[in-house]
Design a protein. Structure first.
Length: 397
């Protein structure tokens, strides 16, 4: 049974929710609250899986309510309904909200938003993930800077310099991206000294991934396993570069290239969460993995009853990443699935481990030879593309 809480200051709207979703009473337990304070009171004694709140309410608005809930009950999926004119409030709540639905919205959209969360839960054995996630007091939100870039790109009339000026506001981010971009891997013939040049050479997708990695991993450096986080960050960036090289060589559709690149950038984000939020368990997993030369995800399954792939996919889902990206992250260690984009991600992952000669301190994976021969049959240039991307290995310092 899914426990859903609706919050709105208009009694008519609340009654409407109750009436519309009455038909789902076998699967949904519906709770109603007329204000933020009432919702918080209810949460003290009731288990809730999903909260849908209006943005504009007297007293505590939706943004403030979700900010509190994020800290107190991080496992609750948080959805906000906001109007076009609520821009400032939206900026205040971006970090606290998993999904935005714009008003007016129809019951169908609300139902779908809720059901997508549920189906995902069922698919990933979510009881276990929730078990882990509930021990974590702070799930990373999608970085604000990344959201700002996404918002710019979503407009049809955007100009690239808007994107670059957002990135350039952050000096550490700018320096780190320029260093990567100037590495030999990208093969840019001359030194790139501004983000604008970097974007024009490499495209906004890659830069977006590097921004995402910088925001997510740099904060992790203050956590209990900084050396590990540094290596994981490097691994993620390296996987992005291999993924982009491979995906461009294998797919013509820009959308597929984008999805593989985005999945590559956060494929191991579950590891960051385990290392920072469950440092003791993490150390045990790493010891066991190294001692027995067992892949991290197998040990995680044994110790946590879930894996970094499932945790990462869960997070990507909460961040409303495209379903294809969520699936790629979820199955990135699943060699039994014969799906080409997934195999490309596997190649990128293994390629990154080879060129860095490191798998962030865990045993290195080997290439899935069966899949390689399978996909090489339909795309005879695949093997060569993989070797080519490997040879472009970087050596910048
Ligand atoms: Fe992984
Ligand atoms: Fe990986």
């Amino acid at each position: 049974m899914l426990s859903v809480l609706f919050v709105d200051d208009e009694p008519n709207i609340l009654r409407g929710y109750k009436r519309i979703f009455h038909a789902r009473r076998k699967n949904w337990q519906i709770h109603l609250a007329g204000s933020g304070a009432e919702a918080l009171k209810l949460l003290e004694e009731t288990h809730v899986d999903v909260i849908i709140t209006d943005m504009r309410m007297p007293g505590m608005d939706g943004a403030r309510l979700l900010n509190i809930i994020r800290l107190r009950y991080p496992h609750i999926i948080r959805i906000i309904l906001s109007g076009q004119s609520d821009e400032e409030e939206i900026m205040n709540s971006v970090l606290a909200t998993h999904r935005f639905l714009s008003k007016p919205t129809d019951p169908q959209t609300i139902r779908e938003a809720i059901e997508q969360s549920v189906s995902f839960r069922e698919k990933t054995g979510n009881a276990q993930i929730r078990g882990v996630v509930s021990q974590i007091d702070h799930l990373p939100s999608l970085p604000e800077l990344y959201l700002e870039i996404e918002n710019i790109l979503r407009r049809e009339d955007f100009e690239l310099k808007e994107v670059t000026s957002v990135i350039e506001k952050d000096m550490a981010m700018t320096a780190s991206i320029l260093k990567l971009v100037n590495s030999a891997f990208f093969g840019i013939p001359r030194k790139v000294s501004t983000i604008q040049e970097a974007v024009s050479y490499l495209g906004v997708v890659l830069i977006k991934s590097l921004v995402l990695n910088h925001s997510l991993f740099s904060t992790g450096l203050q956590g209990p396993h900084p050396d590990f986080i540094r290596r994981l960050w490097q691994h993620s960036n390296e996987t992005v570069r291999h993924a982009l090289c491979l995906a461009r060589g294998c797919f013509r559709e820009q959308e597929v290239v984008d999805e593989i690149t985005l999945a590559a950038s956060v494929h191991d984000i579950g590891m960051l969460i385990i290392a920072n939020s469950l440092p003791g368990e993490f150390a045990g997993i790493q010891r066991q993995s190294l001692a027995g030369n067992i892949p991290a995800h197998s040990v995680e399954q044994e110790v946590l009853q879930t894996t970094h792939a499932a945790i990462g996919a869960y997070l990507a889902h909460l961040w409303s990443f495209p379903p294809a990206v969520v699936e790629l992250i979820l199955h990135h260690h699943d060699s039994a699935i014969n799906f080409k984009p997934l195999f490309i991600l596997h190649l990128a992952d293994v390629g990154a481990q080879q060129t860095l000669n490191d798998n962030y301190g865990f045993p290195q994976e080997s290439l899935d030879k069966n899949s390689m021969s399978l996909f090489n049959k339909s795309d005879p240039s695949l093997n060569a593309t993989f070797k080519d991307c490997l040879n472009k290995g970087w050596n910048d310092d």
